[in-house]
Design a protein around this ligand. Sequence first.
Ligand code: HEC
Length: 129
Amino acid sequence: MRAALLIVLGLAIGILGTVFTMRALSERNPFPEALMVTMGFHRHQLQQAVKGQHCDATANLDQLQHMQMIAADIPAAFPDAPQPFKDLSGKLHSALQTAAQSAPADCPALAAALKPVDQTCHECHQQYR
Ligand code: HEC
C-alpha cells in the first residue's frame, strides 16, 4: 500500500515537473535562436552554391549582405551577453563586411571570402553556444 502511494506521488511530482519545464521552455525568448537559424540559413545557401559550383556574383553579395545585417542584430538578440561575446559579434560583422566588399564573383573567391567568417562563427560557438 505504502509503495503504491509512493509510486503515485512520484508520478504526480514527475508530471508537475514536466509541466513546469515545458512552461519554462515555451516562455524562453525565441529571438536569439531564430536569429541564428536565419544566419545558418544564409550560410547554408552559400554552401549549396559552392557545392553545386553555381556561384553567381549578385546572389553571393545578396547572401553576404543579409548575413551582415543579421550580425548587426546579434547584440540586441543577446542583450545579457558579456563584452567578449559582443566583441565577437562585432568581429563577425566586420568579417562579413570585408567578404561583401570583396564581391566574390566565383566559387573559389566565395570560399576564400567565407573562411574568416566561418572562423568567427566557430570561435563564438565554441565559447558560448
Ligand atoms: C557572437 C557569438 C556568435 C557568433 C559570432 C555566431 N553565433 Fe551562431 N550561435 C550563437 C549562440 C549563443 C547560439 C545558441 C543560440 C540559442 O540556442 O539560443 C548559436 C546558435 C547557432 C545555430 C543553431 C541554431 C539552432 O538552435 O538551431 C546556428 C545554425 C548558428 N548559430 C549559425 C551561425 C553562423 C552561420 C554564424 C556565422 C556566420 C554564427 N552562428 C555566428 C552565437 C554566435
